[in-house]
Design a protein around this ligand. Structure first.
Ligand SMILES: Nc1ncnc2c1ncn2[C@@H]1O[C@H](COP(=O)(O)OP(=O)(O)OP(=O)(O)O)[C@@H](O)[C@H]1O
Length: 232
């Protein structure tokens, strides 16, 4: 069996809204294995982003736990969690979240600098990643000088900068036209194979999700049974 990277056990997240409790995640358990690629689908408000936030240590579950390589992340200090996110996780969002005042190259180099790499080595590595995503001649452009698809390519390069174990993508193609969405999706599939990085992709697009080996479907805070377990 392939090694487990991230595992959630009986994960629940309840929001308190005045006297009313909103149970967004209700006892979710599943495992993400090294190098796997999976989609998370479900209607709007079904808890997809909440699940990603809990998996990435950006939100605390109300009960249950998230294990990274068998260790419960909820026990870690804020500093340890931040360091772990920088080294082991990459994030891609629907709206690229690139830093507007920095160039594409500087945006990709940022996580490397935060992880302690020298400026020179970070530039070299960032340039290599930009080449890999087809943007070798866009390194000096700021995000406002790039197309939507190019911005998402920069965001993908940035997410992969520290060779993370897992990339979490929240609607990475949600803001793109169909053709660009397919290209960006294919790029993530290629990089998943090349880097052996696991990808968890939240998407509304069932056609794209169907291309992946595994889909988790959230419904009323739970995973639909047919989607809960990985084909081994
Ligand atoms: N901080 C919060 N406080 C209270 N309720 C919240 C909070 N964050 C999310 N929610 C609620 O939790 C539910 C799930 O939200 P979430 O963003 O996880 O859904 P989603 O499946 O990602 O939706 P979408 O596809 O529309 O992005 C929603 O009803 C939302 O209003």
């Amino acid at each position: 069996m392939t090694e487990a990277i991230l595992e959630c056990q009986q994960l629940s997240r309840v929001y308190q809204d005045g006297a009313h409790q909103l149970r967004v995640l209700d006892g979710i358990s599943f495992t993400i294995r090294k190098g796997e690629m999976l989609a998370v689908v479900g209607s709007s408000g079904s808890g997809k982003s909440t699940l990603l936030h809990c998996l990435g240590g950006l939100d605390q579950p109300t009960s249950g736990q998230v294990l990274f390589e068998g260790k419960p992340i909820q026990r870690w200090s804020a500093n340890h969690l931040a360091d772990w996110r920088n080294r082991e996780l990459g994030f891609i969002y629907q709206f690229h979240h690139l830093l507007p005042e920095f160039t594409a190259l500087e945006n990709v180099a940022m996580p490397l600098l935060i992880a302690g790499m020298s400026a020179k080595d970070a530039r070299i590595k960032a340039q290599g990643l930009l080449e890999r995503v087809g943007l070798q001649d866009r390194g000096t452009h700021r995000p406002s000088e790039l197309s939507g698809g190019e911005r998402q390519r920069v965001a993908i390069a940035r997410a992969l900068a520290n060779s993370p174990s897992v990339v979490m993508a929240d609607e990475p193609t949600g803001n793109l036209d169909d053709v660009t969405a397919k290209q960006v999706f294919s790029l993530m599939q290629e990089l998943n194979r090349e880097f052996a990085t696991a990808f968890v992709i939240v998407t509304h697009d069932r056609t794209l999700a169907a291309q992946l080996p595994r889909t988790l479907e959230l419904h009323h805070g739970q995973l639909l049974p047919a989607t809960a377990e990985a084909p081994l």
